[in-house]
Write a protein that binds this ligand. Structure first.
Ligand SMILES: NC(=O)N[C@@H](CC(=O)O)C(=O)O
Ligand SMILES: [Zn+2]
Ligand SMILES: [Zn+2]
Length: 387
């Protein structure tokens, strides 16, 4: 039997009845208790989660991937790395409108928009962004670090410093793709070197700037987050960086659908992340980094980085926490730590996850092609109950 700890957020149907029956019928006690535990394992009701790192893309792809996130999440921070990138408030507002238009009817999903930081972003733009009420954060992509990052930042401490100082004034968070781009640095070390050469000095320079290190992948990141004592630095964590290690890239041949950036790391790093996240630390929260790419653009001689996990996101996180024997900590990670860090209200309604096997589809079709999801064709144990 799995070890599921008792928690107020676990739904235990009929547990009162069973308790009273148990106390008056001595011998049946053990059977009844196990019945309670079996019930506990079948359903979990948690406060509606949010996705604090999501790629929704645009056009056909947006139309097709958005419903998957809406089904599970109340809000999402929407990444700005479109082609061309969302570099101004005006573009962010227009993008937000197209997301709202693509929503199913009667849906209260709230897309929180971001600005793509460039060497030319002005401090004035930060004020405009803040006053718009719709731009929620600014995203730092080191130029060339990841998908559609070629217009990103080349010198954070030079050209961008006045912008960062304005962000402190406007209380605008900085979301960071934390990898250096120096081609001489080993791919697997790029996060660690980024922490040492950019992130730690940045936190020292601007200790009141709210910073989220996105999609952390290493023990080094865990240690860094732990070492930040101001409460202004936190991290999002993807399902793939808690469920897969770098062997998954090469298992039985090259596996393009497990290729994302930062790249999967060795098992010791995966374990460190799972341990930190399931420990109950409030500095980590859910950010899927669901990053859909057309199947043909993944399965080719120069495949894109990005894993599409939106349709199965909550099932994957439940798997991580169950494997760690920490299902009682799932809700804080999915639904409390994010809004608490960002100073937003927690969602009020609930979603229910049920322990029931389902097979992840091999592909999801959209108007212009197909997308292969994470764990395509595999069986997962937790499913989101539809309303
Ligand atoms: N994570 C990825 O591998 N890809 C993301 C970009 C990003 O989040 O770095 C994408 O937009 O495809
Ligand atoms: Zn990234
Ligand atoms: Zn991303």
């Amino acid at each position: 039997m799995h070890s599921v700890r008792f928690s107020p957020s676990l739904k235990v149907p009929f547990s009162k009845d069973l308790a009273s029956i148990s106390s008056s019928h001595g011998r049946s006690l053990r059977i009844r208790r196990s019945a309670v535990i079996a019930q506990m394992e079948t359903t979990i009701a948690i406060t509606r989660p949010d996705d604090w790192h999501l790629h929704l893309r645009d056009g056909d792809l947006l139309q097709s991937v958005l419903p998957h996130s809406v089904r599970q999440f109340g809000r999402a921070i929407v990444m700005p790395n479109l082609k061309p990138p969302i570099t101004t408030t005006a573009k962010a507002l227009a993008y937000r409108e197209s997301i709202l238009k693509a929503l199913p009817p009667d849906c209260d999903f709230n897309p929180l928009m971001t600005l793509y930081l460039t060497d030319n972003t002005s401090p004035e733009e930060i004020k405009v962004a803040r006053n718009s009420g719709a731009v929620f954060a600014v995203k730092l992509y080191p130029a060339g670090a990841t998908t559609n990052s070629q217009d990103g930042v080349t010198d954070i401490f030079g050209k961008c410093l006045p912008v960062l100082e304005e962000m402190v004034k406007q209380e605008m968070p900085l979301l960071v793709h934390g990898e250096v781009t120096d081609p001489s640095v080993d791919t697997f070390d790029r996060e660690k070197v980024f922490i040492e050469t950019i992130l730690a000095p940045l936190v020292d320079k601007l200790p009141t700037l709210k910073i989220v290190m996105e999609h952390i992948t290493t023990l080094d990141a865990v240690n860094f987050i732990k070492s930040c004592k101001t409460g202004n630095v936190a991290a999002t964590v993807t399902p793939q960086h808690m469920l897969l290690n770098r062997n998954s890239l090469f298992q039985g041949g090259l596996q393009p659908h497990n290729y994302c950036l930062p790249i999967l790391k060795r098992e010791t790093h995966r374990r460190a992340i799972v341990e930190a996240v399931t420990s109950g630390s409030t500095k980590y929260f859910l950010g899927t980094d669901s990053a859909p790419h057309d199947k043909e653009r993944k399965e080719c001689s120069c495949g894109c980085a990005g894993i599409f996990s939106a349709p199965l996101a909550l099932s994957l996180y439940a798997k991580v926490f169950e494997q760690a024997g920490a299902l009682d900590k799932l809700e804080a990670f999915t639904s409390f730590n994010g809004p608490d860090f960002y100073g937003l209200p927690r969602n009020t309604c609930k979603v229910v996850l049920q322990k029931s096997s389902w097979k992840v589809p091999e592909t999801y079709s959209y108007a212009s092609g197909e997308i292969v999801p994470m764990f395509a064709g595999e069986t997962l144990e937790w499913v989101l109950c539809e309303k």
